[in-house]
Design a binder for this molecule. Structure first.
Ligand code: ATP
Ligand code: MG
Length: 500
């Protein structure tokens, strides 16, 4: 066998209180797509951050094309041929798309040259076009959707030619079409001999593109296999160390009375006469393609955006939600999709993040009972299996998936009658997903009405009691659990008449 493009050996890295990587092995060949999988907190991102020079390993060696490799920082890694697309967005929110993309390359190609805006814009447009994308290069990052931000991250890494491209969960915010586009770009790069490292929790995707797979568990190396030589249940067992029988632990329920009702909600072009009901003790799946207006609906209900017209009832009484505060007062909770932006306090610890907004519930006469709080936080951490050595860990140092679990647990503390989950399991590993589903089941059995916005078809079909589908701001149909199939949901989501 010829020399691999990249060889990482005995990589060990610890952080205060955690051994994030222990003697990890990893090899990458030119022209292969190599998947890295593992539970949240298994060490995937850390291994890549060691490669990119964000962290220095405590032990271990790295060879690129047979020569010792060491990166001082990501820019230095990029200069030596390794680029990475991060799980967390690394964009400058107030700069435009073009400026962000040029930040990645100006130092290399335009060193000491003044960049003129026009040239930058037309270069960027050319690049966006050549990838078959449609993003306005003049908009600032703030003005983009999550999916568009993700695309900009990808473009940023592609503008510089690299021997190795690392992608850390690149598709979690992409539409099906964008995912296909990304895959064809990756195939092209692979055929040009680029080695691609692809971290993902989505097995279906890996099935399409992975040539080999390396499994990490608890910071240790489990195995590397040819993708074709292993089955998904096999991989799951390697990842979580046990068999997972039930990916979607659906529990049947008898829905109770209608707790929530929205009638003819309108908001400019985003929402057109949206009417929807949710019953006690049911999970209503809200399906649709990215941009169909599901998040807009949730935000209008939650009072995060103003609506132009329409009426909302809770428990049969008309309510007005001019702000999230109003909504919460009426028993409505919303777990947003863009968690970094809308929900987490990155500089605070897990404890404070879980209790944020819940403190009045655990205090009497304004005095917070610390031991009650501690017990609740410990319980949430255990229930959702947040991987941390202490509840006092600062949230920004948690792995991506574990950050999401922390935000989820905040909402589980609330006594809400209607809980809207927006893409609740995005970026979360299979084991933790099933824990989140079980928690939703508990909420449902306790009588909450749940609206679950999801772009994951298996999740929509697997967990919903009833499914409503949106297309371009409108509800195009509703299906019962029994009648729903992926074809029918897709047909409604793309507004095609369902063939009998
Ligand atoms: N800068 C840091 N300081 C302290 N601990 C850290 C730091 N970075 C990572 N860790 C810890 O190292 C472990 C591995 O984290 P890592 O981000 O590599 O996981 P991951 O496999 O990428 O998970 P996910 O699927 O959730 O993204 C976790 O326990 C995490 O909390
Ligand atoms: Mg990660």
């Amino acid at each position: 066998m010829d020399e691999p493009l990249l060889r990482m050996r005995n990589i060990t890295k610890s952080f205060p209180g955690v051994l994030a990587l222990k003697d990890v092995e990893f090899e990458l060949h030119a022209g292969e797509i190599h998947a890295i999988i593992g539970e949240n907190g298994a060490g995937k991102s850390t291994l890549m951050k060691v490669l990119l020079g964000i962290y220095q390993p405590d032990e271990g060696t790295i060879h690129l094309k047979g020569k010792p490799f060491h990166a001082k920082n990501p820019r230095n890694a990029q200069d030596q041929g390794i680029s990475m697309i991060y799980q967390e967005f690394n964009l400058v929110p107030d700069l435009t798309v073009a400026e962000n993309i040029f930040l990645a390359r100006e130092q290399r190609r335009f060193h000491n040259l003044l960049i003129d805006d026009k040239a930058m814009l037309s270069e960027t447009r050319k690049f966006i076009g050549s990838l078959g994308l449609d993003i306005d290069a003049r908009l600032t990052i703030n003005e983009l959707s999550v999916a568009e931000k993700q695309m900009v991250e990808i473009i940023k890494a592609l503008v510089v030619k690299s021997d190795i491209l690392v992608l850390d969960e690149p598709t979690s915010a992409l539409t099906e079409k964008e995912v296909q586009r990304l895959f064809s770009i990756l195939e092209r790069l692979k055929n040009e001999g680029v080695g691609i490292i692809y971290i993902s929790h989505r097995m279906e995707e890996l099935n399409t593109i992975a040539d080999r797979v390396t499994v990490l568990r608890d910071g240790t190396f489990v195995a590397t296999h040819e993708w074709k030589a292993v089955t998904v249940p096999n991989l799951i067992r390697m990842m979580i160390g046990r068999q997972l029988n039930d990916l979607f632990p659906y529990v049947p329920s008898k829905p109770g009375e209608v707790v929530f009702k929205a009638h003819n909600l309108n908001r400019s072009s985003f929402l057109k006469d949206v009417s929807l009901e949710a019953r006690k003790g049911e999970i209503l799946g809200l399906a649709g393609l990215m941009g169909a207006g599901r998040t807009e609906f949730a935000r209008a209900v939650f009072g995060a955006d103003r609506k132009d017209s329409g009426v909302i009832w809770m428990d049969g009484k008309e309510i007005t939600t001019r702000s999230p505060h109003d909504a919460i007062r009426h028993g409505i909770a919303y777990l947003p999709e863009d968690r970094k932006k809308d929900g987490l306090f990155l500089e605070l610890d897990i404890y404070d993040n879980i209790l944020a907004g819940n403190l009045t519930q655990y205090s009497s006469k304004g005095i917070v009972n610390d031991s009650t709080c501690r017990a609740i936080v410990d319980k949430r951490i255990a229930e959702l299996n947040v991987k941390t050595h202490s509840p006092r860990k600062i949230v920004k140092y948690l792995s991506g998936g574990n950050q999401q679990k922390v935000l989820l647990s905040r909402w589980f503390c609330k006594q809400a009658k209607l809980i809207i989950f927006d893409e609740p399991t995005r970026g979360i590993d299979v084991g933790a997903k099933s824990e989140i589903y079980q928690l939703m089941n508990k909420l449902k059995q306790a009588g909450a009405a749940i609206i679950m916005i999801s772009s994951e078809m298996p999740e929509i079909l697997g967990m919903s009691d009833r499914i409503a589908v949106m297309y371009e701001g409108r509800i195009t149909g509703e299906l019962t659990r029994a009648e729903a199939t992926s074809e029918k949901v897709m047909a409604l989501a793309s507004n095609l008449a369902v063939k009998a």
